[in-house]
Design a protein around this ligand. Structure first.
Ligand code: GLP
Length: 242
């Protein structure tokens, strides 16, 4: 695991943004796994700016997002599809048909599993971007999730609902379920880049980097992946012993 500690959010965005832009410039047919939440925003801003400055062509890039709230329509302002359009897709020359976010209308795990099939049919994810939950979740794979999980309908924990309520008017509006790529789906990516910022992520970062591997901290499955880069700010790195 390659751990890169930088000063702040802006520096995380510059570092991770440049990794993505360089990857697209090198392989215009690349398949990217993307994430939502506050952590990737500076990365997306950096991607938008650098893509304009350097004329990066996103026409043939395909993307697959990690997750979506169950029951939210793509046009719902708090849906992850809406987030992706607003924060990235509307500002680069990507083909919207090449962008995939699990549908919030999915009602069965058979339907959800088709997402993994679509990723495999596209050739598999080359680089997967991840944020990190305070409780160590990746995607919406909460503590206790099997490392063998594939895309499915998942329940959100009380702490995740609480943490994500900042994006909604009130806690009651936060959906209690989501459709999320599983831990196995994530581990299938050829390369993983995880972002974490702020003091409240420090404990999860310590588990992620120092182990032990345990389903209690879903992110620790990444210790079994051979190409993971973790980009964190100084606060998120504050509990690391090395
Ligand atoms: C959410 C998302 C995750 C995200 C995490 C952290 O619940 N499903 O994909 O990584 O929480 O979010 P943030 O970056 O806003 O702290």
């Amino acid at each position: 695991m390659n751990v890169i500690t930088v000063k702040n959010d802006q520096a995380v965005g510059e570092k991770v943004g440049s990794l993505f832009v360089e990857a697209v410039a090198k392989n215009p047919n690349i398949i990217l796994g993307l994430a939502t939440g506050s952590s990737p925003i500076s990365t997306y801003q950096n991607i938008i700016k650098t893509s304009k400055d350097k004329n990066i062509d996103w026409t043939n890039v395909k993307t697959f997002n990690l997750d979506e709230y169950k029951g939210l329509e793509p046009t719902h302002k708090k849906s992850y599809r809406y987030f992706m359009n607003e924060n990235l897709f509307d500002h680069i020359n990507i083909n919207k048909e090449n962008t995939h976010v699990p549908s919030g209308a999915i009602t069965s795990n058979e339907e959800a599993a088709k997402y993994d099939a679509a990723i495999a049919a596209a050739g598999g994810i080359d680089i997967q971007l991840l944020g990190l939950g305070i409780n160590g979740h990746v995607g919406f794979n909460e503590p206790g999730t099997s490392f063998d999980s594939i895309t499915s309908i998942v329940d959100l924990t009380e702490s995740t609902i609480e943490a994500n309520s900042r994006f909604f008017q009130s806690k009651d509006e936060v959906p209690t379920q989501a459709i999320s790529m599983g831990l196995k789906s994530i581990m299938n990516a050829k390369k993983v880049i995880l972002i974490a910022m702020g003091k409240n992520k420090a404990e999860a970062v310590k588990h992620l980097v120092e182990g032990p591997v345990s389903t209690e901290w879903p992110c620790t499955t990444l210790l079994n992946h051979n190409d993971v880069t973790v980009v964190i700010d100084e606060e998120a790195a504050s509990l690391l012993t090395k």
